[in-house]
Design a protein around this ligand. Structure first.
Ligand SMILES: NC(=O)c1ccc[n+]([C@@H]2O[C@H](COP(=O)([O-])OP(=O)(O)OC[C@H]3O[C@@H](n4cnc5c(N)ncnc54)[C@H](OP(=O)(O)O)[C@@H]3O)[C@@H](O)[C@H]2O)c1
Length: 281
């Protein structure tokens, strides 16, 4: 299939590469051009050039505002749009409306999994929208993911994505608080990881992120600034549905403080620094 791919950052680059590897004809555009090079895709000079003649347009950009801006520049018509970025409920509604006006079949398709799974083609795709449009995108989902969860109307995938990201952000936050608590109590935090090893409360994620959080050295898989964006999307969703979560606002305080301290581009696990600094004040 001819694919116009917009946004080849941490997630978009490996996704575009997998699509090209699967034999699709991919034209990729990225604001920082170099990141679109070497992926097996033709590098486009503009969003409009990337989507010209595309059977499916894919967006994998920072947030709803950026997606609106870039898709506005691309101005695709009468095709299928797989919107894979995490944009939240309000932006999904706006984008679906915009799609309708431009004759685009809108597939609300955020992905679960971070840099490693994206590079291994092991993402979980959450796909919602008109069945025929989701069907058209199925070969693309198979190229980037190990599993597709087919949901109902556009919006459903985004709501599930917020639920899943709340879990990820809460687990990361709990790890950060627990590591900092151990340090504050003069307990070696590695003993906490040893203590949960093999038991019902052990989780792979603690092993994956914990040691790096303790050492303060984590390769960037999910930038902390995007984690903060997603917490804001969770809070926006909660307000809309008249929910009153206690954890999400507390988590937001920590992630926001870490971002203010200049850790926005660091991995989200570095939220542990905000917890450490709060105790040191
Ligand atoms: N990283 C993860 O673990 C993960 C997992 C699942 C979903 N997501 C979601 O996937 C999306 C992309 O995340 P990512 O991790 O790939 O982030 P990223 O590496 O920061 O990529 C962001 C992309 O958006 C582009 N961009 C940002 N501002 C722009 C602007 N004003 N105009 C045009 N392009 C702009 C960037 O271009 P430049 O390269 O020029 O900056 C880049 O292509 C986000 O919605 C994120 O929440 C991320």
């Amino acid at each position: 299939m001819r694919i116009g791919f917009l946004g080849t950052g941490i997630m978009g680059a490996p996704m575009a590469r997998h699509l090209a590897d699967a034999g699709h004809e991919v034209a990729a555009w990225n604001r920082t051009r170099e990141k679109a090079e070497g992926l097996g895709a033709r590098v486009a000079d503009s969003p409009a050039e990337a989507v010209d003649g595309a059977e499916v347009v894919v967006t994998m950009l920072t947030d709803g505002g950026v997606v609106e801006d870039v898709i506005g520049q691309a101005a695709p018509r009468d095709t299928t749009w797989w919107q894979a970025s995490t944009v939240g409920i309000a932006a999904t509604e706006r984008l679906a409306l915009l799609a309708q006006r431009q004759g685009l079949a809108y597939v609300d398709g955020p992905v679960l999994g971070t840099k490693g799974p994206a590079e291994q083609g092991q993402l979980v795709v959450l796909a919602a929208g008109p069945a025929d449009a989701v069907d058209r995108c199925a070969p693309l989902f198979d190229a980037v993911g190990s599993r597709t969860m087919r949901l109902g109307e556009a919006g459903e995938a985004t709501r599930l994505k917020l639920v899943l990201n709340h879990w990820v952000l809460a687990v990361t936050g709990a790890l950060a608080e627990t590591i900092a608590l151990a340090e504050g109590l003069d307990v070696d935090p590695r003993l906490f990881l040893d203590g949960i090893e093999g038991g019902a409360l052990d989780i792979g994620y603690a092993k994956l992120k914990g040691p790096g959080m303790i050492e303060g050295e984590l390769p960037v898989a999910f930038p902390l600034g995007l984690a903060l964006k997603d917490l804001d999307l969770v809070l926006e969703a909660a307000e809309r549905h008249e929910l009153h979560p206690a954890l999400a606002p507390a988590l937001r305080t920590r992630y926001a403080r870490a971002a203010e301290d200049g850790l926005g581009d660091a991995d989200m696990g570095m939220v542990v620094e905000a917890v450490r600094r709060a105790s040191a004040r």
